[in-house]
Design a protein around this ligand. Structure first.
Ligand code: ZN
Length: 322
């Protein structure tokens, strides 16, 4: 898988005339196109002052061009400005990640999560097929149906679910057992798809690259990006706003598919009120606020209208865990 991804080719972005001349002078071919799609001066780049526009950008564009020419991050000299420029390049690269690149990076993060043993993927085929069936229906009804989604069950009794970029969603067996019905389980799967649809992991990675975390002076190369992605998926909580957005997107998916929307706040309330609330809720911001917001977003006459509320049917489909 890894070598397959390495072999994937990406569109070659435009290189400036200056870089072209430089390339010719070096007589280097563009054999290795960098992993990220660098298109300069994206809207995703933070506001700039005129000094930066006049001085830093020309240098930045040259560095980007050099990166394209050499096919890898430029080794920085021991100068702080060089490091700052490289960070800028990384931010631009992440801001312009195409769907295909995001999915490729997500596959590598997924592979690393599994290979490192940090998530033990269940071999229960029937259960995985059931989770996948719910997930695919929700993903189709999401704001980002165009990318492939992969739903996996993690053999872990802790109540947890997480996701990484490019459509990879993980649901612990502990969470499947804690839900009373399919609509409740779907509410969590929808929330995780919401993180993918909102590109929250990519944005988090972008923020970390901006402040220089997780990247060396030599740049945020692919293996560092993968390591950072694993860290983000497993250990870094999302911001409060990312949680609100994932809740809102998840709730919309739930209603689009036809599940009873009350399942989302009901399940969260159940988990918060438990004698030992799951860590993912205590590390996630303000569960009570989130419940209140979800309740406001549900039209009162539609609260319990919909499918997925049967406990008996749900217990049957998840009987291998009982
Ligand atoms: Zn979340």
């Amino acid at each position: 898988m890894l070598s397959q991804l390495k072999g994937m080719s990406y569109p070659v972005p435009d290189v400036s005339a200056k870089a072209e001349r430089f390339r010719a002078s070096l007589r280097l071919g563009i054999a290795n196109v960098p992993y990220y799609n660098c298109s300069m001066f994206s809207s995703g780049f933070p506001p700039i002052r005129s000094f930066r526009r006049r001085i830093v950008y020309p240098i930045l564009s040259l560095v980007v061009a050099l990166g394209l020419v050499l096919g890898q991050p430029i080794g920085a000299q021991a100068l702080p400005w060089a490091e700052l420029i490289l960070r800028g390049v990384q931010v631009i690269q992440l801001a312009n990640l195409s769907d295909r690149q995001e999915v490729a990076l997500g596959s590598q993060i997924n592979e690393q999560i599994i290979r490192s043993g940090q998530a033990r993927i269940s071999r229960d085929r029937a259960l995985t097929a059931y989770i996948d069936e719910i997930g695919q229906r929700l993903a189709k009804a999401s704001t980002r149906p165009q990318i492939p989604y992969t739903f996996q069950v993690v053999d872990d009794n802790r109540i947890n679910a997480f996701a990484t970029m490019g459509g990879f969603v993980y649901i612990n067996t502990g969470l499947i057992k804690a839900a009373d019905n399919e609509a409740q389980l779907a509410s969590v799967i929808g929330h995780e798809i919401g993180h993918v649809a909102g590109r929250h992991a990519v944005n988090q990675m972008k923020e970390m690259a901006t402040i220089g975390l997780g990247a060396s002076a030599a740049g945020l190369n692919r293996s560092r990006a993968v390591a950072l992605g694993v860290e983000l998926a497993l250990r870094r909580p999302h911001s409060r706003n990312a949680e609100y957005e994932a809740d809102e997107l998840g709730l919309k998916m739930l209603m689009n598919v036809g599940y009873a929307p009350s399942a989302a706040p009901t399940f969260m309330q159940k988990l918060v009120s438990a004698s030992s609330p799951p860590t993912f809720l205590s590390t996630h911001p303000a569960a009570t606020d989130r419940i209140a917001r979800m309740n406001q977003q549900i039209p009162p006459d539609q609260r319990d209208t919909g499918i997925g509320l049967s406990t008996t049917a749900y217990r049957q489909r998840t009987s291998s865990l009982r």
